[in-house]
Design a protein around this ligand. Structure first.
Ligand SMILES: NC(=O)c1ccc[n+]([C@@H]2O[C@H](COP(=O)([O-])OP(=O)(O)OC[C@H]3O[C@@H](n4cnc5c(N)ncnc54)[C@H](O)[C@@H]3O)[C@@H](O)[C@H]2O)c1
Length: 392
């Protein structure tokens, strides 16, 4: 799809000499802010939408307002709106006025534990907020590609029915499969209310692709990570565990003896894939998206990797796992790689962990963390290399 010309826009650079404009919802969050920065660096005009609802969900430590301030200061062409995606009329007004070439929809209530405490807000934001965006897009910019960040939680706990084998530090698939592909049923399994509200949004995005032939891409994400994650216990597992290790805070492991596996993908790699989708969109297409097998890690392996980097995590093992929690989830990336062969992930696990440790360490004044870092040991052969963050 060729970028559409926006004559009213003052665009100093543009993409290939053409002004192109994107709207990113959830622009203060982990994925949203990465998408804003990535597109702005490529010459896009970016309009963000985020009302810092994350602070309401998770308290002050979950606030994304400083990230929005940073976007405003570092990107001169960035424009921000702070209304709620549940506000249907404002959403219509925004899309009518801007008619963006590209939409990335990341605003959400992102935690399945939190959803059961705030079921109305969870559904209104995740499902109805997505519907508000889709209908406005259908009416004002139906040809503009839309990327939606869905989640692997739409599969509910069905991935736990895949036969597993228990290894020393992790669970893995007993049938030798590389990961979970898109053919897994999303029906008749335990989802959590969060999973159910995301299924609704996922289905709506598919439907607007199929019924209206709109270029909607549905990306069912595994664990997304990056340095700008406002990590809290209920959302952002890797960032939160790194935060606890670096700052000496206690961490609780919920069930499965710490052998539960997740694949990790950096938010900038997500942003670069979304740009590939913009260039070559497909209506209503679903993709599983995560770090894949190479970027998969169990909690025990995460603890060991952090230990090798000099940060010993104080943790307790709780016998009870979280309701509906996956035992082993690794995304099968075959479909997304086949559709977008020029997309390449830039972040492997050592780079990912290094960046996070550097982020939390550099903003950590406590001498205890520095002492812990000085005590770091040499890793055993074959283990993750110890990073040397520049910030140290
Ligand atoms: N982070 C992960 O590991 C992960 C995994 C799978 C899927 N996802 C999905 O990716 C998306 C982004 O995740 P994230 O980690 O960047 O989340 P995040 O919480 O960091 O960012 C979401 C942003 O949306 C904003 N927001 C929430 N409700 C809003 C509303 N009603 N109106 C306007 N803004 C609102 C929040 O203030 C926040 O800044 C979500 O849809 C999430 O479900 C994330």
């Amino acid at each position: 799809m060729l970028p559409q010309k926006i004559p009213s826009l003052s665009c100093s650079q543009g993409v290939g000499g053409v002004c192109v404009k994107a709207i990113v919802t959830g622009s203060g969050g982990l994925v949203g802010s990465a998408c804003v920065r990535f597109l702005a660096e490529q010459g896009w005009q970016v309009i963000g939408l985020d009302n810092n609802m994350r602070q309401e969900f998770f308290g002050p430590q979950g606030s994304t307002s400083s990230e929005v301030v940073s976007l405003r200061h570092s990107l001169p062409t960035y424009r921000h709106h702070s209304f709620d995606i549940r506000d249907r009329q404002k959403m219509r007004d925004l899309l009518r006025a801007e008619r963006p070439d590209f939409i990335i929809h990341t605003a959400a209530q992102p935690s399945h534990d939190k959803a059961s405490a705030i079921p109305y807000d969870d559904f209104d934001i995740n499902a109805v907020g997505t519907l508000n965006l889709l209908v406005a897009a259908r009416d004002f910019c139906p040809e503009s590609p839309i990327c939606f960040t869905s989640t692997n939680k739409v599969y509910g706990d069905r991935p736990n029915t895949v036969p597993l084998r228990e290894l020393e530090t992790r669970f893995d698939y007993a049938d030798g499969r590389d990961g979970i592909d898109e053919s897994m049923s999303i029906d008749a399994s335990l989802h959590s209310l969060f999973g159910a509200s995301k299924v609704s949004a996922d289905m709506l995005c598919q439907e607007f692709g199929r019924y209206y032939n709109m270029p909607t891409g549905i990306f069912r994400c595994g664990c997304l990570t990056g340095p700008h994650h406002a990590a809290v216990e209920l959302h952002g597992y890797l960032a939160y565990i790194v935060l606890c290790a670096v700052r000496g805070r206690p961490y609780s492991v919920f069930g499965y003896h710490g052998k539960q596996v997740r694949d990790q993908i950096h938010c900038t790699d997500v942003a670069s894939l979304f740009l590939e989708f913009y260039k070559s969109p497909r209506p209503g297409e679903v993709f599983n998206l995560g770090g894949g097998r190479a970027n998969s890690l169990s909690i025990l392996e995460t603890v060991a990797a952090l230990d090798d980097m000099g940060f010993q995590l104080k943790y307790e093992m709780l016998p009870q796992h979280r309701i509906g929690d996956h035992i082993c989830y690794i995304s099968d990336l075959s479909k997304v790689r086949a559709a977008y062969p020029s997309w390449e992930m830039q972040y492997d696990l050592p780079r990912l962990l290094s960046e996070m440790v550097a982020q939390y360490y550099s903003s950590e004044a406590a001498p205890a963390a520095k002492k812990r870092f000085r005590r770091r040991r040499q890793p055993a052969a074959g283990q993750l290399p110890r990073p040397l963050p520049e910030a140290l």
